[in-house]
Structure formats: C-alpha cells, structure tokens
Design a protein around this ligand. Structure first.
Ligand code: SF4
Length: 71
C-alpha cells in the first residue's frame, strides 16, 4: 500500500469512483494498493519536475483517459 494515497490526486479522484473503468481500478489495485507503488511514475514526476502532477497522470505514466504517454 502506498503511503501517499490520502494526498494523491490520482488516488483521490479515481479510487472507489463509480464511474471508474477497469483500467482505473487495475491501476489502483496494482500500484496504489500493490507492490508497484515503488515504481509509480507520479512519484518520479514529482521528484523530477518539483511539482505535483494532475490527477490524470496515472501511476504507469500514461494519461488515464487517453492512454497517451505523459511521463
Ligand atoms: S498513484 Fe502513485 S503516488 Fe498515488 S497513491 Fe498510487 S502509487 Fe501512490
């Protein structure tokens, strides 16, 4: 479980959201609630850019809606 989940815009926006699609839920289960939180791209973005990413940057580095690589 990621220790940033309560403050994370992605997690706060998409976790338990009834409009979630399967991809959103899989990202949450594998990254936020699973071992992949250690390689979350949102953390890398924050460290490299010095700012917090918007909610639509998924933990895999892709836009959660368009599936375009963002980071
Ligand atoms: S998206 Fe990344 S930083 Fe946010 S809760 Fe999930 S694993 Fe943690």
């Amino acid at each position: 479980m990621c220790n940033r989940s309560k403050a994370c815009a992605f997690n706060r926006t998409y976790n338990k959201n009834p409009n979630n699609n399967m991809l959103h839920q899989l990202l949450i289960e594998t990254y936020c609630e699973g071992d992949l939180h250690e390689v979350c791209r949102r953390k890398g973005y924050e460290e490299d850019m010095g700012s917090t990413p918007l909610a639509d940057l998924g933990p895999n580095g892709y836009n959660v809606d368009s599936n375009q690589r963002m980071y």
